[in-house]
Design a protein around this ligand. Structure first.
Ligand SMILES: [Zn+2]
Length: 521
């Protein structure tokens, strides 16, 4: 928008009558552009929003049907049998949604409970004056020669590293004075703090008119996401160590604002990286959102990590990987991955299960466990050998075919008839995904385990235990967005916090987010 409400209030017949044709000619294009933008916004709804459907994030519409409201997970069969009629009802339901069935209280302050507004007055150590650059109506450059005075002020707190590589952090409390200046044409223009346009998916504004500066926002995100402190603990820490009294609402706002700032980075850069990498690892674990059962998914590769909270469905995987995913995917045995052509299964999972059977008291199950372990040990030894001496790699699959066929026969026999339930389950699991376990014989360079994805989840699983999941849809989304950017920066050996501060700084000015740091090496 070119003209603020303050500008529009001044535009009337009298003012227009005083303008020269040139000045009027300068004003008209701004009015037309603003009118078009306003009309388009009026006509916007979820089905024709400015974002094309292909750019719709995979985690949008996670509230679709198919899930039990009491938070119990539907059976995998029920999840798979999604009726088209219900899946078509895909609305970008990302606003915090109240869930009254879970028995818990709603997020936020109770009515009548004491609030924590800002009670502290820190000394101001710097003053910044913001003057308008040119007339909002006629476009003439304003050089401060006209009648100018401050019409408002706001304060920011920021944590800055000292110059020259010295350690520590310095707290800056800055007063920002916003000036208004009258142009020779008579129009009075105001310098406005930077802000990113509204986004109906977010209740938090992305604006310079916020108490916490970009580096303090990144610092708070480090405490909540990386150090896994609750909002209340962050508040306590800031008071105790920095003499800084911020309410938990302001702390929460900082986290959500940072997440909103990095949203395009995740939806564009990280998503594209994950879709186009040669080898991707995927895993998923349960996640609670205000008592509702969801899943935290991770998709990770050597240079990026994407986290998404949503339902555990095949459609979820398709939305992340796109229609044309044609690379290697290492995953667990969950059936939603079975559409992927080039799939690998983690042998470590198989080893754990076979060990369990080997220790069983039932002789048939014990023998089967031993058989599976023998085959896996042989395969792993052959893969390591081929990695060390590439000339051994040729014909690996053929050389081990007799051993694999013997195991396949054993599985076929036990899948229905095994006396031990777990032996039956393991035989069926092997049959279901037979080839994916032995792909490494054709491609010894591929990994044997899904440790990469499991490691990526571990930190956030602990966060889930401490924080009991998230409280609102926006909080869930903020969690996944920030986790994706933090882990991706860490994979690239770059500071997530410097990057996060820079993204917040640029996006608050209404500018695009800077690109992610490049992978090291
Ligand atoms: Zn003017």
């Amino acid at each position: 928008m070119h003209l603020s409400d303050h500008d529009l209030r001044q535009l009337d017949d009298d003012y227009l009558g005083r303008l020269t044709p040139e000045q009027a000619r300068a004003l008209l294009p701004k009015v037309i552009a603003d009118l078009k933008a306003a009309r388009e916004r009026l006509a916007q709804n979820p089905s024709n929003s400015s974002r094309p459907p292909s750019s719709r994030a995979p985690w949008e519409g996670i509230d679709d049907a198919g899930e039990a409201d009491d938070g119990t997970p539907p059976s995998p069969d029920a999840q798979e049998a999604e009726a088209p009629a219900t899946t078509a009802r895909s609305t970008p339901a990302r606003r915090p949604k109240r869930n009254n069935n879970s028995g818990g209280s709603n997020p936020g302050r109770r009515k009548g409970a004491p609030g924590h507004s800002r009670t502290q007055t820190l000394p101001v150590d710097a003053e910044q004056v913001h003057a308008p650059q040119c007339c909002a109506a006629c476009g003439r450059a304003l050089d401060g020669s006209g009648e100018a005075h401050a019409y408002t002020a706001y304060y920011t707190l920021d944590l800055i590293r000292p110059e020259g590589g010295a350690g520590g952090l310095v707290l800056h409390h800055t007063k920002h004075l916003c000036l208004e200046e009258r142009c020779a044409c008579g129009h009075c223009t105001r310098a406005q703090p930077g802000r990113c346009g509204p986004d109906e998916a977010w209740t938090v504004a992305l604006s310079e008119w916020h108490l916490a500066g970009p580096s303090l926002v990144a610092f708070i995100c480090a405490l909540t996401q990386r150090m896994r402190l609750s909002r209340a603990r962050v508040r306590e820490f800031l008071v105790d160590w920095l003499g800084l009294s911020l309410s938990t609402a302001v702390i929460n706002q900082c986290v959500h604002e940072a997440a909103r700032a990095v949203e395009p980075v995740v939806e564009q850069e990280i998503l594209a990286q994950v879709r186009n990498v040669e080898l991707l690892y995927a895993d998923e674990t349960a996640w609670k959102e205000h008592g509702r059962l969801l899943w935290l998914w991770v998709f990770t590769c050597a240079t990026a990590t994407l986290f998404i909270v949503g339902r555990r469905t095949r459609r979820m995987v398709q939305r992340v990987l796109g229609e044309h995913f044609n690379n290697w995917l290492m995953s667990d045995g969950y059936c939603v991955y079975r559409d992927i052509d080039q799939r690998l299964r983690c042998l470590a999972h198989l080893i754990r299960k076979a060990h369990g059977l080997e220790e069983s008291l039932e002789p048939q199950a014990q023998a089967f466990g031993r058989h599976v372990l023998d085959v896996i040990e042989t395969v792993i030894a052959a893969v390591y050998d081929a990695r060390g001496a590439p000339e051994h790699a040729a014909g690996l699959r053929a050389r081990h075919a007799p051993a694999l066929n013997a195991l396949l026969e054993d599985c076929g026999r036990l899948a229905n008839d095994a006396r031990h339930e777990k032996a039956r389950a393991l035989a069926r699991e092997l049959l279901n995904d037979w080839d994916t376990f032995w792909v490494v014989l054709d491609h010894p360079e591929l990994p044997l385990t899904n440790n990469e994805a499991e490691r990526a989840l571990r930190h956030w699983v602990i966060a889930r235990r401490i924080g009991m999941g998230t409280r609102t849809a926006q909080g869930t989304r903020a969690f996944a967005l920030l986790a994706s950017v933090i882990e991706t920066c860490r994979k690239r050996h770059a500071s997530p916090w410097d990057y996060l501060a820079e993204v917040v700084r640029q996006r608050r000015r209404g500018l695009p987010a800077p690109p992610l740091p490049l992978p090291a090496g």
